[in-house]
Design a binder for this molecule. Structure first.
Ligand code: UFG
Length: 345
């Protein structure tokens, strides 16, 4: 059973490719390797012990994508291909509307939806903006987004909702990720930030290994238990398994539209993450406090009751597991040649 993964060489895509194979599916990766690395395909193959089919193509290239679809005939799609840097989207919004919205439309125009029984979309908890109630449920209102990136996820969800409502025989699942971190326990695949990381965990591991001098904790006067922001950090392997569970459910139900939060249901502060990292890495992290970062929501974590109930999914990895795996990955990176390694600053 072939499943097309757009952006399948990226952080979440690569872990999902592994999870699909472990569940008897055959992933077909389409990735233009703009923000990912060819060695990732080799490493997925090492983990699963078999060859992977992959195409180096831009998902916005209708002709190429059409040919791939005709050749491979997948029964499901997981759509990851998108840009995801919040700050960059503020500086270069058209790149985000082009890659995340226009390319989604182009892609939907060429897929033969009659043959795609289950479509899973990478969305984000960013669609909730500053939620009125925490833990946040899927029924919470969609608030004005803080960034063009956030809008592209809201618009993507909307386009897909309207598109799939008009189709009688395909299922759509929108997965709203909380904060994906961690890496594969093998240490062979993980996150590859380009340039200076804007996310917390890669910044921590790069500081500990010496690529960065010091971590700045953005804000210490939030109305939270220790004054730092609260997030729901989810291990990327747990997140990958949520994609497989969604895909399977979609294949069974054929004409449903579902929305699920994918988080642990637990909040951790920035200081909790640092403490857990110091414990598992046995490193004292060089960090200090700075001003708040514009656009940061003080506190958000998921209500994950729905996904637990409907997909029989649960997060298996702890925060410490996540950080241990992220740390192993950082230490392993020296072994791999990749272009973003040259763009560290
Ligand atoms: N943080 C620091 N120092 C850093 C980096 C981050 O203190 O150097 C803090 C942030 O202020 C925040 C927490 O660590 O409190 C987490 O920040 P991340 O940048 O790792 O993650 P965000 O919660 O900002 O962003 C994530 C995803 C986005 C998504 C957003 C939705 O990366 O794609 O959640 O809230 F849009």
């Amino acid at each position: 059973m072939k499943i097309l993964l757009t952006g399948g060489a990226g952080f979440i895509g690569s872990h999902t490719a592994v999870a699909l194979i472990e569940n008897g599916f055959e992933p077909i990766i389409v990735d233009d390797f703009r923000n990912s690395e060819p060695f990732v395909i080799k490493n997925i193959e090492k983990i699963v012990g078999k060859k992977i089919t992959s195409y180096s193509s831009d998902i916005g290239n209708k002709e190429e994508v059409k040919n791939i679809l005709q050749k491979e005939n997948p029964i499901g799609v997981i759509h990851f291909a998108a840009d995801k840097a919040v700050n960059e989207s503020v500086v270069n919004p058209m790149k985000y509307y082009q890659n995340n919205v226009l390319n989604l439309i182009n892609f939907l125009e060429v897929i033969d939806i009659a043959k795609i029984n289950s479509f899973v979309f990478s969305s984000s908890c960013t669609v909730y903006g500053v939620p009125d109630k925490i833990p946040v449920k899927e029924t919470a209102s969609i608030k004005p987004a803080f960034s063009p990136y956030g809008y592209t996820k809201q618009v993507g969800e909307r386009i897909l909702n309207d598109f799939f409502k008009s189709l009688p025989s395909s299922s759509l699942t929108l997965l709203r990720y909380f904060n994906p971190i961690g890496a594969h326990p093998s240490g062979l695949i993980g996150e590859l930030p380009i340039g200076v990381p804007s996310n917390l965990v890669p910044y921590i591991t790069q500081t500990a290994i010496g690529k960065r001098k010091k971590l700045t904790v953005f804000g210490k006067d939030y109305d939270t238990k220790d004054g730092t922001c609260i997030r729901d950090y989810i291990h990327v392997v747990d997140l990958a398994n949520a994609h497989v569970a969604s895909l399977k459910k979609g294949l069974e139900s054929k004409d449903s539209i579902k929305v699920f939060n994918v988080g642990t249901g637990k909040g951790a502060s920035v200081l909790d993450v640092i403490t857990a990292f110091e414990k598992v890495s046995k490193h004292d992290l060089n960090y200090g406090f700075g001003p708040r970062r514009a656009g940061d929501v003080p506190k958000i974590y998921s209500d994950n009751t729905l996904i637990k109930h409907e997909l029989d999914w649960d997060a298996k990895f702890s925060l410490e597991d996540c950080l241990e795996h992220s740390w192993n990955w950082e230490k392993n990176l020296i072994k791999f040649k990749y272009k973003s390694a040259k763009k560290q600053d």
